[in-house]
Design a protein around this ligand. Structure first.
Ligand code: AP5
Ligand code: MG
Length: 214
């Protein structure tokens, strides 16, 4: 099974992709995570992407489609994939069609996580992750069970994304509305789009996704 999770910044794509990985034995491919890793490692891609990401704009189609193709080649052909944050433009959607067909894969579902934009600023500005294992937390909605200690690995170091400030979030939302939401009709024509209400709690959204995929 190959699926796309589509939704604006803070919709819960990463949170839900992580849950689906465990439940369905699939692999999450997040272009955002891959680009952040490239920035941290100061690769050529990372150097090109850093300023664009910090501004909340979109990195070039060729770069992101290139990394997605490379990552798929590293996976076995039978491993199902959850695309998180890719594709984000019509050019990326067409590139993904080619990338998948060249590898004998097809898209099974495109799931839009629908949210109220006002809630997203709160979600994003409260988000942080474990600096050691990357487990995700939130100041209000998902605190570690012992304050200041990661539930997963016990680390006491946490970090926040440089693009998780209100100004950048607004730019990211404008990019989503202008360039990413318009790709939905490409998939609607193929009858593979489902919508879940992303405004419920994390568990409720997860149940809605499981119902679509089971
Ligand atoms: P990316 O990393 O993909 O960021 P994004 O799309 O802006 O989305 P987020 O990761 O911010 O949100 P999410 O939907 O994953 O939400 P999360 O689950 O964390 O991209 C970053 C940048 O990289 C882009 O701006 C661009 O520059 C570049 N880029 C990446 N891909 C690209 C591409 N294809 N093309 C070009 N450029 C690209 O949840 C958010 C918070 O809310 C968390 O704290 C979570 O705990 C909490 N939460 C989640 N669900 C719920 C819920 N149901 N109720 C309450 N709280 C919740
Ligand atoms: Mg994410």
């Amino acid at each position: 099974m190959n699926i796309i999770l589509l939704g604006p910044p803070g919709a819960g794509k990463g949170t839900q992709a992580g849950l689906l990985e465990d439940k369905f034995d699939m692999v999450q491919l997040s272009t955002g995570d891959m680009l952040r890793a490239a920035v941290k490692a100061q690769t050529e891609v990372g150097k090109k992407a850093k300023a664009v990401m910090d501004a909340g704009e979109l990195v070039s189609d060729a770069i992101v489609s290139g990394i997605i193709g490379d990552r798929l080649d590293e996976l076995g052909p039978d491993k199902g994939v959850i695309f998180d944050g890719y594709p984000r433009t019509a050019a990326q959607a067409h590139a993904l069609d080619e990338i998948l067909s060249e590898r004998g894969r097809k898209l099974d579902h495109v799931i839009e996580i629908a949210v109220d934009e006002d809630a997203l600023v709160d979600r994003i500005t409260g988000r942080y992750t474990c600096a050691n294992c990357n487990a995700g937390y939130h100041d209000r909605h998902k605190k570690p069970s012992t304050e200041g200690v990661c539930d997963v690995c016990g680390s006491t170091e946490f970090k926040r994304r440089p693009d998780d400030n209100e100004d950048t979030v607004r730019t990211r939302m404008t990019e989503y509305r202008g360039k990413t939401a318009p790709i939905l009709p490409i998939y609607e024509e193929r009858n593979i789009v489902s919508r879940v209400d992303g405004m419920g709690g994390i568990e409720e959204v997860s149940d809605a996704l499981n119902a679509i995929l089971s």
